[in-house]
Design a protein around this ligand. Structure first.
Ligand code: HEM
Length: 415
């Protein structure tokens, strides 16, 4: 049988096309509605499951996981939250299908940071955010390759870490002479702040420097403020009330931003593209490269301030808490302390240790990994949010769903 052009008229083709398209769309909608939503406990109106979480939500989540499986849904206040446990599901969210889960939820607290333009907390997922992240990663990588000024160190980062570690040991020796015991928290925080200041601004401070102490106080206020639960994150109508948690976080961000902005402005005036001193210079450099490329938009000075802010905050708070956990484990496990000392004595001896020594310090390295696992001092990642409809462990997760990744559970999984 032969068809002519007249037989297949334009209107027939259009009708056929729309019929097939609507069948396909209907099948898709049907399949999605067939896909179950994650199971979870019953929740109360307004507060949801908030009252069931207790002081340690990751422990409560473990109880729920035993009942509902690795992926379950709760309501925090009025916000549905999917809690993800189990290595396989976590890998799917953070790696295999990372793009579908890459956004941040619209939480009230996040909006205080850089008017929502922050790298770590921005709800504005899209091309501009991806570029900011790409530039920040490139700047961090380029810094790890920056040459040290002394020949005994392999890179600038190692030089800063070694210099500050030496100072910290001297401080501990002095403090041990004065009293039978001492609290290492303040000097540890100072040491970490100095490493991060050196990385971000190529500047080391004396521990009693007024400006430096002011910045440490701001960080201390931040740790206190971030420990204050902001109910407006989960009950949106409370956003309009002057809650103490909101005031503290805003105040912290304003002071911290001023500290960083001043240093970034100084860097712009002294910047030399042939001599990159730190992360701020590296960010300016990578951003300028993009501008010269003409292929992608560069970061504005304001965006560079925000990005340094994020890197500074993320590096400082995590590392100072981490080091304090290390001391705690060493103090409460003297036999482990002895083994580490014996390994260092045998493999390194009297000379100062360097990054490359990690390859031969097997026991020490294993101890550090075990601290991360056992302490899990950051039990969750920063909350994530879906960028589009996704499927996880066979469950349908609609776009813009808030996701909590339970790292504590993965680190303590008995399976
Ligand atoms: C003990 C050390 C550290 C721990 C345990 C740690 C842990 C984390 C975690 C759990 C996240 C959230 C990831 C997510 O939401 O998917 C994060 C994000 C981040 N960290 Fe770290 N971190 C550490 C050190 C550092 C350091 C030293 C820096 C920089 C110098 C840094 C920079 C960042 C940045 C920029 C982000 C945001 C990334 C993004 O939103 O895509 N962190 N970190």
């Amino acid at each position: 049988m032969n068809f002519t052009a007249e037989d297949v008229s334009f209107s027939k083709v259009t009708v056929a096309f729309f019929t097939v398209a609507s069948i396909l769309i209907s099948i898709r909608i049907f399949m999605k509605s067939k896909q179950p939503r994650p199971p979870g406990p019953w929740s109360l109106p307004i507060v949801g499951n908030l009252l069931q979480l207790g002081e340690y939500p990751y422990i409560s989540f473990e109880r729920m996981r035993k009942k509902y499986g690795d992926v379950f849904q709760i309501k925090l206040g009025m916000v549905p939250v999917v809690v993800v446990n189990g290595l396989d599901a976590v890998k799917q969210v953070l790696l295999r299908d990372g793009e579908s889960f890459a956004a941040r939820p619209d939480m009230h607290t996040f909006s205080f940071f850089a008017d929502g333009e922050s790298l770590s907390f921005s709800v504005k997922y899209g091309e501009s955010w991806k570029l900011q992240k790409q530039i920040a990663s490139k700047a961090l990588r380029s810094l790890t390759k920056s040459e040290a000024t002394s020949s005994t160190c392999s890179c600038l980062l190692e030089e800063h870490v070694c210099a500050e570690a030496l100072e910290l040991v001297k401080t501990f020796v002095e403090l041990s002479k004065q009293a039978g015991s001492f609290d290492p928290a303040a000097s540890t925080t100072c040491a970490i702040a100095n490493v991060v200041c050196a990385l971000c601004f190529n500047k080391r401070y004396d521990h009693d420097d007024e400006e430096f102490q002011g910045m440490l106080k701001v960080n201390d206020d931040f740790i206190k403020a971030s420990g204050v639960f902001n109910p407006a994150d989960f009950i949106p109508s409370l956003r309009y009330l002057p809650l103490p948690a909101a005031k503290a976080a805003r105040e912290f961000y304003r002071k911290f931003n001023n500290f960083v902005a001043k240093r970034v402005e100084d860097h712009y005036t002294t910047y030399d593209k042939n001599h990159l001193r730190d992360i701020t210079d590296a960010l300016i450099s990578v951003s300028n490269e993009k501008r010269e490329d003409g292929k992608a938009a560069a970061l504005s000075q304001q965006k560079i301030i925000v990005t340094v802010n994020d890197i500074f905050g993320a590096g400082f708070a995590t590392l100072s808490v981490c080091l304090q956990w290390i001391f705690l484990y060493l103090i409460s496990n003297p036999e482990i302390q002895t083994k580490i000392q014996e390994e260092i004595d045998a493999k390194i001896g009297e000379r100062p240790s360097r990054f490359k020594d990690r390859k031969v310090l097997h026991y020490t390295e294993a101890f550090l990994h075990e601290i991360f696992r056992h302490a899990s001092f950051l039990p969750f990642t920063i909350p994530h949010c879906t960028t589009k409809d996704a499927t996880l462990n066979g469950y349908h997760i609609p776009t813009k769903t808030c996701i909590f990744v339970n790292m504590y559970q993965v680190n303590h999984d008995e399976a």
